[in-house]
Design a protein around this ligand. Structure first.
Ligand SMILES: [Zn+2]
Length: 659
């Protein structure tokens, strides 16, 4: 009697394929098969062929490989694609992205953006991505509905976000989000402290503890720009990686995006912490951040995946392009064409990327027991023929250097088809295109209204901006400082307090003179010996039209103040003024009482331009026209004491003197 051989059963058998498993041995089955049962891979290669399948699909010699893993993105930002390009990171982020996000990002916005991003990613063969954004709950819902796998990071920042008014609130949101999605078959939830420079040590620690409590990954941006590292050294006395380590970040399973500016010690620290890194070559190039030392990180054993970053800084979510660029950049920056060969690049985009996301047990390669996340790829396109068979590894270079995302034919995630024969099965492309267009029109209207006025642009980035109360003020030239000093030191005035500082003023003018002047002022406070004891920066927007003048004494123009939280360079690039003038001066300032009225007296010595000489400025707050008229009369007398008279040509500050 013959023994009865019972073949294992499976739901689906993919046959007649070139199966790139992307496992640790880079096993290729040619021709090969993949057996799928439920959401998982039952068998690969000859073992799969032995399965009794409910359904068999002949792949016609096409490639079957793991779906691409996009290790870092902000998927709803597809709706901000092309909004602002060719800008420096801070201007792009603080000047455009964050203000628009504050105004527009809502659960509906992120849901639409996520569906658009998922459609684009499925089309290009991505089955799994790592996200970081706001309203992550809506993103997780839309992703799960589209059938994709994702690590969804709920953003935590130290300042208000579109979904939270404080960091305590965003931490609570992150906790509730993780509780709700923990254990979901497609969604892995986690906290996403945005970056060390937008968080505090307390936030980093709280996020790490949250991730530990639920045993979920933590997603963060680390060491993206040289500026970030310089600032970290200045503020914390250490580069970024040791500083976050000190605050407990690496207690958690970390996925760190960028790591462009990390030294050897920091790379070892990442390895020792088993932190994954997401390399985002297009985003880093486009924002001028640099090129991450990927070859060295891989040598040290760090799991380095590849990511597209958000569509606002890329501007697409095409992993074929990123993978090719990762391979090319490593060669171009090292002068070594053997750096990051195609096979390694493709592993970074699949298995290693999944490991970087701490999802290596679940996805990233075609191995029994892992989820069935795979794509079918057509290499028989015009841009990819002929094919050489003499070297087994040739298939990797065909995919990395010649394939395009449009060569993806079928996509399966978690055992479910998301695209068959290039038709999306879970999303409606036409509907998404139209809805995205409507959203862009709304953002256009918002930005157009902001761009018409310097004040509106200032409000958009300045935080609290206030209209100062009216003041009477006058400026005058003085031949020498002695007479002013004598009066201030004499008996006619009472000095209430005094200070001394060095001022660096940058005045910006605009094509439309009605916009007035924008002044960026850096004050250095000086002690009696002339040593710098402190500094501050402020922005002042001075309107052009004078309210009213009493002789040469001016009831002031509208003035708007904002604390200058960015550099002069930031504001220059953000406001794009038509003209710029700089003035440097030494200022002594007294609050005095004269004839029962309090005035500020400034005695200025212009350092630059050197031809400037000495000036005195007298000003006082005022409440009514009548009060202003009375004070104007007193100011005129005070100036006479100083031996001078008002000079109306100085009324635009010192901008007109500067060259
Ligand atoms: Zn990012």
């Amino acid at each position: 009697m013959l023994p009865v051989v019972t073949s294992p059963a499976c739901d689906l058998l993919l046959t007649n394929a070139v199966v790139l498993t992307m496992d640790g041995q880079y096993t290729i089955h040619r021709p090969g098969a993949v057996a799928i049962t439920g959401d998982s891979i039952a068998a690969v290669g000859p073992a799969a062929l032995a399965c009794q399948a409910a359904e068999t699909i002949d792949c016609g010699g096409r490639v079957v490989m793991p779906g691409f893993v996009n290790a870092h993105t902000h998927v709803p930002m597809t709706l901000l694609r092309g909004l602002a390009d060719d800008l420096r990171l801070d201007v792009w982020l603080m000047g455009y992205m964050m203000p628009v996000e504050r105004a527009f990002v809502s659960p509906d916005f992120v849901r639409l953006g996520t569906r658009l991003g998922c459609a684009e990613m499925i089309r290009s063969g991505v089955t799994c991505f790592a996200d970081m954004y706001y309203f992550e709950d809506a993103i997780a819902e839309a992703t799960a509905a589209a059938g994709m796998r994702a690590l969804c990071g709920q953003t935590v920042l130290r300042f208000p976000t579109p979904d939270a008014t404080s960091f305590e609130e965003s931490l609570t949101l992150a906790r509730e989000f993780i509780q709700r999605w923990h254990g979901h078959p497609l969604i892995v939830p986690g906290p996403a402290p945005h970056a060390p420079y937008t968080c505090t040590p307390e936030i980093l620690r709280a996020c790490a503890e949250l991730a530990l409590e639920f045993d979920v990954p933590l997603h963060i941006h680390l060491s993206e720009t040289a500026q970030e590292v310089d600032d970290s050294r200045k503020q914390h006395g250490a580069p970024v990686v040791p500083w976050v380590k000190k605050h407990g970040l690496f207690e958690a399973k970390v996925l760190a995006a960028h790591c462009v500016h990390v030294d050897d010690g920091e790379m070892r620290a990442l390895k020792n912490a088993n932190a994954g890194v997401a390399h985002n070559p297009t985003s880093n190039l486009k924002l001028g951040a640099g090129v991450a030392p990927v070859t060295r990180m891989l040598e040290l054993g760090v799991n380095v995946g590849i990511g597209t970053d958000g569509a606002a800084s890329n501007n697409d979510l095409d992993m074929f392009e990123e993978t090719r660029l990762a391979a090319l950049l490593a060669k171009g920056t090292s002068g070594d064409p053997t750096a990051i060969p195609a096979r390694t690049a493709l592993a970074m985009a699949t298995r290693i990327g999944a490991a970087a996301m701490h999802l290596g047990d679940v996805t990233g390669s075609l191995e029994p027991g892992k989820r069935a996340d795979l794509i079918v790829l057509d290499l028989d396109r015009l841009h990819n023929v002929p094919a050489f068979g003499h070297a087994g590894d040739g298939i990797y270079s065909r995919i990395v250097y010649a394939s395009k995302s449009t060569d993806v034919v079928d996509v399966m995630c978690n055992g479910r088809w998301l695209m068959r024969n290039r038709a999306l099965l879970t999303l409606d492309e036409d509907e998404l295109r139209q809805a995205a267009g409507r959203e862009a029109s709304r953002v256009d209207v918002f930005l157009a209204s902001r761009e018409v006025s310097v004040l509106q642009k200032l409000v958009a980035v300045g935080g609290a901006v206030e209209l100062e109360s009216f003041e009477v003020q006058v400026k005058a030239r003085v031949a020498a400082e002695e007479q002013v000093l004598a009066v201030v030191g004499g008996k006619q005035l009472t000095v209430i307090r005094s200070s001394h500082y060095h001022q660096y003023d940058t005045y910006w003018s605009f094509d439309d003179p009605d916009q007035g002047w924008l002044r960026y002022r850096e004050d250095e406070f000086l002690d009696a010996q002339g040593n710098v004891t402190g500094a501050r920066s402020r922005l002042t927007l001075t309107g052009r039209s004078r309210e009213e003048a009493f002789g040469a004494v001016l009831l002031s123009r509208s003035r708007y103040y904002a604390p200058a939280t960015h550099s002069a360079r930031f504001y220059r690039e953000y406001f794009r003024p038509a003209g710029e003038r700089t003035v440097e001066k030494d200022r002594r300032r007294w609050l005095v009482a004269y004839r029962g009225v309090e005035f500020y007296v400034h005695l200025d010595r212009l350092v630059k331009p050197a031809r400037g000489g000495y000036f005195v400025e007298v000003k006082s707050r005022t409440w009514s026209r009548r009060d202003a008229r009375d004070k104007a009369a007193v100011i005129a007398d005070l100036l006479a004491l100083f031996g001078t008279s008002p000079d109306d040509t100085l009324s635009d500050g010192y901008a007109d003197l500067a060259g």
